[in-house]
Design a protein around this ligand. Structure first.
Ligand code: ATP
Ligand code: MG
Length: 260
């Protein structure tokens, strides 16, 4: 863990971004957050992030969210001279590592679940691209088939504390859409439960969530999302299946890319 990961980031409000107009010679401030994407920086009222094969889908999602008037995500402004995506900077508070004590607050998890619900309801009108509809597509050999059923929407599927912006202890925006993919609502809520209940082995939990009651918190999250009864019945098998499938994916990545 680096020193930069051990503080929380309180991000001051910035003046409104001038639409489509950004300078390329302003100071770049590194934004350490999660563990995956290197080179995320803030430049004025914008964030610059490296792009990859998934970025076209991410940009389609962010553009759709803007068009339907969803306020809980950054806006995609285009690519800069270095080929990076340019997003609006969302002012607020985001968890760093180790996670701050407020990750355990019940009010926070209610607002996270409501934000994810409003995201899902906003993205559901964007058609799912054909190529991404089959969960078995590009899955490593041996991966058990998905039991999630037909995808309903393009889920965020990475609702970690580092990827939610809060203001006044309320979740106001999701960021980091790199893992967007066709998903069901049960899969999306399962992802929220994994991080925020948290439904994971106690030895894997961040210290601030070691002593919470994850089942009680899971019920709060599922109720605040307003998950249907049919989807509640699917949650446990879908989450177990997702964990099994992820094991194969991580194994393949470790073999292909090295590292952990
Ligand atoms: N649009 C944004 N508005 C405000 N803050 C942002 C924005 N994008 C990123 N950040 C800040 O930068 C941090 C890192 O950004 P991001 O989550 O996009 O990448 P990452 O965490 O490195 O990627 P990954 O989660 O894949 O490891 C976030 O945790 C957040 O603190
Ligand atoms: Mg992140």
């Amino acid at each position: 863990m680096t020193a930069s990961h051990s503080r929380r980031h309180v991000q001051p409000a910035a003046p409104a971004a001038a639409e489509g107009l950004w300078s390329d010679d302003e100071v770049e401030v590194p934004l350490p957050g999660g563990d995956v994407t290197d080179g995320v920086v803030r430049v004025g009222d914008t964030v610059r992030r490296p792009i990859g094969p998934h970025s076209r889908l991410v940009h389609d999602v962010l553009t759709h969210l803007d068009q339907v008037g969803f306020a809980g995500s950054p806006r995609f402004l285009g690519l800069d001279a270095k080929g990076r995506e340019v997003l609006t900077f969302v002012a607020g508070e985001v968890a760093g590592r180790p996670w701050p004590a407020w990750v355990a607050d019940e009010r926070r998890i209610v607002s996270v679940a409501r934000l994810v619900r409003s995201y899902d309801d906003a993205v559901v009108t964007l058609p799912i691209p054909e190529s991404g509809a089959d969960p078995q597509f590009a899955a490593p050999a041996g991966t058990p088939p998905s039991v999630a059923g037909r995808a309903e929407l393009l889920g965020h599927m990475d609702v970690t504390p580092e990827n939610v912006v809060f203001r006044d202890a309320e979740a106001v925006a999701l960021i980091d859409f790199d893992l967007v993919r066709p998903a069901t609502r049960a899969e999306e809520v399962g992802n929220v439960l994994q991080w925020w209940a948290p439904l994971m082995p106690i030895e894997d939990r961040e210290p601030v969530l070691r002593d919470v009651d994850p089942i009680a918190r899971a019920m709060v999250i599922v109720d605040a999302y307003g998950l249907s009864d049919a989807d509640r019945d699917l949650l446990v098998p879908v989450m177990r299946n997702a964990a099994d499938r992820t094991w194969y994916l991580m194994k393949q990545r470790a073999e292909d890319l090295g590292g952990g």
